[in-house]
Design a protein around this ligand. Structure first.
Ligand SMILES: NC(=O)c1ccc[n+]([C@@H]2O[C@H](COP(=O)([O-])OP(=O)(O)OC[C@H]3O[C@@H](n4cnc5c(N)ncnc54)[C@H](O)[C@@H]3O)[C@@H](O)[C@H]2O)c1
Ligand SMILES: [Mg+2]
Length: 342
């Protein structure tokens, strides 16, 4: 009965969809895949697959470029058969998007099924740590890579119900997990983080944690506490980490960030009053916090880790690459400074 209802519903939706844009149709299609296991199972037979092993994505190096190969369902089947694994493995994949033509994309972690080196030599590429992969693939592929890994990571760490201790079961698309003993449904989660580029009008405040690569400075950031609004978290983090009081702030943009595990980065510009710009750094959290003038920021934007290294082994300041939302904040600040009437 449910299957008939779903088929009728799908037919009605597809008629309705004739009047919708490509984007709306795509979102409706993805939503159906999440809601209907049979539909998703069928989609897995015609979809494409991004491979992971122990949460490291599979990349192929072609010349100087790192590509993110998508395997067809037929190719996946061939590899699993060759390695004497069953096709059931395909059901462990999670839905991560689809093309405008509704070819669904899935991510699959093959750890536990296949030996890493065997797949690497079969497919001529390598499973690469996400901290490297994210920065070497084409910029347009980084968000997909980050969210695919985050979803696979969430499933890996939510195998059991935290109330009953019983195994949880994922739906086919991987948009949720259910504990059949308690009836609890678990959904993938992100932790909200506010990232703030503080300015005093003519300088911006950039900071380092001791765990950062040498020479790298970025905007202030902090996890939102439970029950806090974005505004409250922003003001608290700036006060906690550098001892300054925010006068006003403006939202810029947001980004999903996979480190340490699924953050929703909410990026803002903040202004502190001209009278109170003396930094009182919290050395438990930060190694350094200081004001940067426009010239120094412009110079820093030209460097990366390698080019910032000096002959004596020290590092000149450099900033996060364009995949990180901090880069956008710094660029926006530069634009605002350079477009101001002098
Ligand atoms: N994409 C970017 O441009 C960018 C830039 C800066 C920071 N970040 C990310 O923002 C995250 C948070 O920044 P931060 O380290 O300054 O935060 P923070 O200042 O809140 O300090 C981190 C500490 O907060 C605690 N904490 C509270 N809630 C937590 C949670 N949900 N998960 C983990 N730890 C929690 C832990 O003790 C942790 O050590 C970092 O993990 C970093 O990867 C991204
Ligand atoms: Mg912080």
């Amino acid at each position: 009965m449910a299957a008939i209802y779903q088929a009728v519903h799908r037919r009605a939706s597809s008629l309705f969809c004739r009047f919708h844009s490509t984007y709306v149709k795509k979102m409706r299609y993805l939503n159906e895949l999440k809601e209907d296991d049979d539909f998703c199972r069928q989609a897995q037979t015609s979809g494409t697959f991004y491979l992971f092993h122990n949460l490291s994505p599979f990349l192929q190096k072609v010349g100087k470029k790192y590509l993110l190969p998508q395997l067809s369902a037929a190719e996946m089947k061939r590899i699993l058969e060759k390695m004497k694994e069953t096709e059931q493995w395909i059901e462990k994949s999670v839905l991560i998007g689809c093309s405008d033509e509704h070819v669904p994309h899935f991510a699959l972690d093959l750890a536990g099924a296949l030996e890493k080196s065997v797949i690497e030599s079969e497919l001529q590429g390598s499973f690469t740590d996400l901290r490297k992969a994210l920065f070497v693939v084409d910029v347009k592929d980084s968000p997909l890579l980050a969210s695919a890994q985050a979803l696979l990571r969430w499933h890996e760490s939510h195998q059991y119900c935290s109330k009953t201790g019983q195994p949880t079961q994922k739906n086919l698309a991987g948009s949720k997990r259910v504990c059949h003993a308690s009836g609890i449904t678990y959904y993938p989660q992100m932790s909200p983080v506010v990232i703030t580029l503080v300015s005093d009008g003519s300088r911006c405040l950039l900071t380092r944690q001791s765990s950062f690569p040498q020479g790298m400075y970025t905007a202030l950031s902090g996890f939102c506490d439970l029950g806090e609004s974005v505004e409250e978290a922003l003001r608290r983090e700036v006060a906690e980490e550098v001892g300054l009081e925010v006068e006003s702030f403006q939202y810029s943009a947001s980004q999903h960030w996979p480190f340490p595990s699924s953050c929703l980065m909410i990026a803002c510009h903040a202004l502190v009053g001209g009278q109170q710009t003396e930094i009182s750094m919290n050395s438990l959290e930060l190694e350094e916090a200081r004001w940067f003038g426009l010239e120094e920021v412009l110079e820093g934007l030209k460097r990366d880790y390698t080019s910032s290294k000096q002959d004596d082994g020290s590092f000149l300041p450099w900033f996060p690459p364009k995949q990180a939302i901090a880069h956008k904040l710094i660029n926006e600040w530069v634009k605002q400074q350079t477009s101001r009437p002098t």
